[in-house]
Design a protein around this ligand. Structure first.
Ligand SMILES: Cc1cc2nc3c(=O)[nH]c(=O)nc-3n(C[C@H](O)[C@H](O)[C@H](O)COP(=O)(O)O)c2cc1C
Length: 181
């Protein structure tokens, strides 16, 4: 089985991100070996490497652990809320820690919010494209339709099918050769 890591981007207590992640995990667990990368538990400090990640010189144990976690995944799915039109700051920090590790990494996004987290998903797609990840697509979960504001998932069969389709695109991306420039 291929390895899928799910990044939980919200670090708040009682976050809706936890049940959303559980729903994603349950939906995909029959096809993937799933690992949860919870940014609250990983608890990276604000970027404290002396060299920019592009140098590939990592000195901090937490950077090396984060690198190992990202390297280990065949594909990554990011679960993100929308905060003031963006994805949460700890996710930006976690991305900034690394560089080569994101390159060609198959990635998919699941957002949630009043508008399905659409603005956060757009910003995150831009960020991940900048670090040359292969973003295969995203899924929007809308408060009041697909989930309650306290995190009870009401996603219908269509949403489940959309999530499975997204995961299939991820699986396809793991089979493709890197694009040479
Ligand atoms: C700082 C902050 C900013 C928010 N901004 C937005 C927003 O721009 N759009 C939106 O749909 N919801 C927004 N919300 C509401 C969140 O969608 C809602 O609180 C959600 O539960 C956050 O995800 P979490 O519980 O996993 O942290 C915001 C919430 C917070 C805490």
């Amino acid at each position: 089985m291929k390895k899928l890591s799910i990044i939980v981007s919200s670090t708040r207590p009682q976050r809706v991100g936890a049940p959303v992640t559980a729903w994603v995990q349950q939906t995909l667990a029959s096809d993937w070996a799933v690992t949860i990368l919870d940014l609250a538990a990983i608890n990276l400090p604000f970027l404290d490497e002396p060299q920019p990640a592009g140098s590939g010189v990592y000195t901090q144990p937490h950077t090396l652990a984060w690198k190992a976690a990202v390297d280990d995944a065949d594909a990554i799915l990011v679960v993100t809320p929308e905060y003031n039109g963006f994805f949460p700051a700890p996710l930006k920090n976690a991305v900034d820690y690394l560089m080569a590790e994101w390159e060609e990494k198959p990635m998919a996004l699941v957002g949630y919010g009043c508008g399905g987290g659409r603005r956060a998903l757009a910003a995150l797609t831009q960020l991940l494209t900048n670090v040359k990840a292969r973003v295969v697509g995203s899924l929007e979960l809308v408060f009041g339709t697909d989930l309650t504001t306290s995190g009870e998932i009401a996603a219908n069969a269509e949403k489940v099918a959309e999530l499975r389709e997204l995961a299939r695109s991820l699986a396809d991306a793991t089979e493709r050769e890197p694009v040479s420039v």
